[in-house]
Write a protein that binds this ligand. Structure first.
Ligand code: AMP
Length: 518
């Protein structure tokens, strides 16, 4: 089994359907895309001497060439290593070295950034600049290659975790893992049919790239925004020229889309689904998004180690939350996906009853085989076939999963566990709060104390006292932040996730001058 077969099949069965568009312009149909990929795979094998199992890094902004690079890599029997193009050169070099990439697809300014790194990366034989015009186009003149057979358990995608904690590790995703993920989309989110398209506004190195597979399987159109990234206004414009558009969006992107839709008149007829996930969606933001976009929101919860496939909350499940008896489900991440087992377990792994908090674990065909060249980290994360996600949550009686936090983020103050997400939810209800991150910092008396880092909504002169009073009315006294720090902007990693580690280091000292003592 080789996931490249998804495209081989689509090129045969959906030959004349549009496959790739840049902005409003369709570039290739599936037959043309299939032909380009078999030729590029031929060039990789015969001209660049790529061997099955070799790692091929992709360091590019979203572009039509991304899809070709991914599928040509698999077609040639090699392993794709998509790397977030927003990482710093040093971080990219670490991943290239860790996976021993032999070849790297890159483009333009990123190629210039990477070229000086090459001498220090002995395994890296080729940097292919896809924007280098004739040189790159010449590769498509190579003789087409037959799709190489792959064992289903062979690595297909090394997914480097975004690294909000420690150095990034490469989750090894096999062809079978990715095939199960494709099925998971149909079962957990929805079916994809003729006339459907997927808009790549989120990074293709991450969620949007993973979703290329189910959409290729269904012969759907891939739309690459001209900007190569996320721009809410551009997305709305693209809805004017494509049909049945779905997109994967991190919660911050959904929020920005909601705000942008509030500023202009947007025709949503061509918007099919916004699949959100990758981080907590706060209730307030979700409600506003649902009011703006209607029944077009679906949620997935996954992690690089079990990509996009732990739980899902379909559009129908969102719609069913319009009743006082079920509305609290909007704070959940939905139901376990049908192809995996999900459990919430205590420290010894014993499954816990509904309502009790424990670590979320998942088992099934979507779960990675381990971390690349890192048996110690693998052994810590996968036990008896169960992937320990590091997320803390609980089920309700109806089987909905509620995430409280990352296990590493739990604050233990005076022996009591406090889940930052709960406090953040409350802070975000305040109209003066644009973003909030709650962290625990060491404290001689309590072990840890709760500290809130706040980005104010512009034009709001918000004080710590005001927020303290607001929290006192809404959550237990012991959970409320002891200190507030107001920042112009919260630090985020390249995927937009708040870097709590950085905040913890920065505010570790209890005696920070800006701290109001209470
Ligand atoms: P990554 O491996 O970088 O995709 O990060 C995965 C982590 O993001 C998960 O372990 C969760 O902590 C978080 N995450 C992913 N999806 C969701 C979601 N729908 N709601 C809340 N947190 C999520």
């Amino acid at each position: 089994m080789n996931v490249a077969n998804l495209l081989v099949r689509a090129a045969r069965c959906f030959a004349k359907r549009p496959a790739v568009a840049l902005g409003c312009r369709v570039l290739h149909d599936y037959e043309q895309l299939g032909a380009r990929v078999t030729a590029l795979a031929g060039a990789l094998r015969t001209r660049l001497d790529l061997q099955p199992g070799d790692r091929v890094a992709i360091v590019m902004k979203n572009s039509p060439a991304y899809i070709e690079a991914l599928f040509a890599t698999w077609h040639a029997g090699a392993v794709a290593v998509p790397i977030n193009a927003k990482l710093a050169a040093r971080e990219i070099a670490y991943i290239l070295q860790d996976c021993g990439a032999r070849l790297c697809f890159t483009g333009g300014a990123l190629a210039e950034l990477l070229r000086p790194l090459q001498p220090e990366l002995p395994a890296l034989a080729h940097l292919i600049d896809v924007e280098a015009g004739e040189e790159y186009q010449a590769l498509f003149a190579a003789a087409p290659l037959e799709m190489q057979p792959c064992d289903p358990s062979a690595p297909a995608w090394l997914f480097y975790t975004s690294g909000t904690t420690g150095r990034p590790k490469g989750a090894v995703l096999s062809h079978r893992n990715l095939a199960a993920m494709v099925a998971g989309y149909y079962l957990g989110v929805e079916a994809i049919g003729p006339g459907d398209s997927l808009l790549h506004a989120a990074p293709m190195s991450h969620g949007s790239g993973l979703y290329i597979l189910p959409f290729v399987a269904a012969g759907a159109l891939h739309i690459i925004p001209g900007s190569g990234g996320f721009d809410a206004e551009e997305i709305f414009e693209l809805l004017g020229c494509h049909t049945q558009v779905s997109l994967f969006a991190a919660p911050t992107m959904v929020r920005r889309m909601t705000e942008a839709a509030g500023r202009t008149q947007v025709n949503l007829d061509n918007l099919k689904t916004i699949v959100y996930g990758g981080g907590p969606m706060y209730l307030d933001d979700l409600r506003r998004a649902m009011a703006t976009f209607g029944n077009r929101l679906a949620q997935i919860y996954g992690q690089g180690e079990s990509p996009m496939t732990i739980t899902a909350m379909s559009k129908a499940l969102h719609a069913a939350c319009d009743d006082p008896a079920t509305e609290h489900r909007l704070t959940s991440v939905g139901l376990p996906q049908p192809l995996v087992e999900v459990r919430v377990g205590g420290p010894d792994g014993t499954p816990l009853p509904p309502g009790e908090l424990g670590e979320v674990c998942v088992r099934g065909d979507t779960v990675m085989s381990g971390y690349w060249n890192n048996p110690a980290a693998t052994a810590e994360t996968i036990k008896d076939g169960w992937l320990y996600t590091g997320d803390i949550g609980c089920f309700d009686e109806a089987g909905f999963l509620y995430l409280k936090d990352r296990s590493k983020d739990v604050i233990i103050s005076g022996g009591t566990n406090i889940y930052p997400r709960e406090v953040e939810e409350v802070l975000l209800e305040h109209p003066g709060v644009a973003e909030a991150a709650v962290i625990g910092v060491p404290d001689p008396e309590w072990g840890e104390v709760v500290v809130a880092c706040i980005q104010r909504e512009s034009g709001h002169a918000l004080s710590a006292d005001e927020l303290d009073a607001f929290c006192l009315e809404r959550i237990a006294r012991f959970k409320r932040p002891r200190r507030y720090h107001f920042l112009d902007e919260l630090p985020k990693n390249a995927y937009g996730k708040i870097l709590k580690r950085e905040l913890r280091t920065r505010f570790a000292s209890a005696a920070t001058p800006e701290t109001p003592q209470r």
